[in-house]
Structure formats: structure tokens, C-alpha cells
Design a protein. Structure first.
Length: 239
């Protein structure tokens, strides 16, 4: 079964735009689980423009299912946060400082030694590690040599081509990358720009997906469709 992890960053973005504590991100995390999500994802960035480091600590204390923290491990502050809170999974993303959103995966060949070292730090602490990877066979093969438990396929390219009506072309490199990962014994996650229009097609073509992490589209849908209903709708796309 493919698990749904709800990324609650956008709730924090809305809160921070006005100040105060509305919407409350702890409630957003707890409700995601209450409404049927299999986990909660946060991506604290160094400028804390949405999820804050203290939010992450507070959410960790109330999570009853899986907790996934995303971020760039080049920041010592991020490494310390992960080791302190010990989430079920840490997803390593090669974001630049101030980057609006994640837009590429790791070059697992060029950064192999670095990834081996940092992945070892987290795995020694008993934390499952996933790394952001583009749907390129060589990058998947490189990921296998780093010791990571999983890869997260960066799906913006899939979403863009799918929206242009090129579904078969869109999914093809992801199927190839996922098949290679499966052959190499690596778990497979996916995320970025997945929504109610394209999620089922991806799942149908990669039935052994372990997890999808969805935030922006899910929160936008929740405005119109209701949070509980939206979580359930996304869950049904993964059946």
C-alpha cells in the first residue's frame, strides 16, 4: 500500500502571513492523522518562512503515525534538529538558501562521498533516510551506492507533461527509475506537484511506491473541498 504523508508547510505559510497562531500547525498535523493520512511531513528552511524549528519539535511530540522531516543537511542547524527529534524518516533535499521550493534532485555521483557520510550520521541514530532524486537511471544507481534506504522521485517534470496531455511520455522515465530502484533494493517515495488529477496515473504505473508526500495541492484543494474530505480523496487515488 502506498502511504500518504501530508506536508503541512502551507498551513504555516498562511499562519506566518498574518502572525499569531491561526491556523494552528499542531492542529493541522494532528488532524491530518485524524482524517486518515499515514504521516506528516515538514520542511523547515533556514529562514523559517513557513514551518519553524520549534514547530517541528512540538509536532514530533504529538505525532502518532509517521513523521518525515525534509531539508538540506548542509545546514548544521538542520542536522541537529533531526538528531534531536528523531523522526521516522529524514528526506535530504539539495535546496539552496532562500530557494522558493525544491526544484531538483541530488547529483548522487558528484556528491557520493558527502551523501555516504551524512546518511551514515542519520542511520546511526536509527532514522530512515530518503534522498531527493531526479528520474535518471544513473542518479538512481548512484543513490544505491550511498547507503540510503529510499529515494524520493522528484515529480515536477511528470506533473508538467501530464498537464499537457502527455501522460505516457510523462510517466515513462519515472517507471524506469523506479524499476531500477526496486532492482537495487531501494524503497521508492515520490513528491512535488502531485495532485488529484495526476496521482492515480502515477500510482497505476508504479504500484510499488512506498509513499507520496503532498502539500501545496492538497492544502489548496482543502480550501474548496474541506480538509478531511480532501485527505480521504487523496487516499482513494492511491488504492
Amino acid at each position: 500500500m502506498t502511504k500518504l504523508s501530508v506536508n503541512i508547510n502551507k498551513f504555516a505559510t498562511l499562519r506566518n502571513s498574518r502572525g499569531g497562531d491561526n491556523p494552528n500547525v499542531l492542529k493541522a498535523a494532528a488532524d491530518a492523522e485524524k482524517f486518515g493520512a499515514d504521516g506528516v511531513t515538514v520542511h523547515p528552511r533556514p529562514d523559517e518562512r513557513h514551518i519553524r524549528y520549534d514547530d517541528t519539535r512540538a509536532i514530533r511530540k504529538i505525532i502518532t503515525t509517521e513523521f518525515n522531516i525534509e531539508g538540506n543537511p548542509t545546514e548544521q542547524k538542520f542536522i541537529d534538529l533531526v538528531l534531536e527529534t528523531k523522526p521516522h524518516q529524514v528526506t535530504l533535499v539539495p535546496d539552496a538558501l532562500g530557494q522558493l521550493t525544491s526544484d531538483h534532485g541530488w547529483n548522487t555521483i558528484e556528491h557520493k562521498d558527502y551523501l555516504i557520510n551524512i546518511i551514515g550520521v542519520f542511520k546511526k541514530a536509527g532514522i530512515r533516510v530518503s534522498i531527493f532524486v531526479d528520474p535518471v537511471i544513473e542518479m538512481v544507481e548512484g543513490a544505491a551506492s550511498t547507503g540510503t534506504d529510499r529515494i524520493e522521485l522528484y515529480t515536477e517534470g511528470y506533473a508538467k507533461l501530464f498537464a499537457e496531455g502527455k501522460a505516457a511520455e510523462a510517466v515513462a522515465p519515472y517507471v524506469s527509475a523506479a524499476t531500477k530502484a526496486k532492482e537495487l533494493g531501494i524503497g521508492i517515495n515520490a513528491g512535488h506537484d502531485l495532485d488529484l488529477t495526476n496521482l492515480k496515473y502515477l500510482k497505476q504505473h508504479i504500484p510499488y511506491l512506498d509513499e507520496v508526500s503532498i502539500g501545496h495541492a492538497l492544502v489548496c484543494d482543502a480550501i474548496y473541498l474541506g480538509y478531511e474530505n480532501t485527505v480521504q480523496m487523496y487516499k482513494r487515488e492511491l488504492i
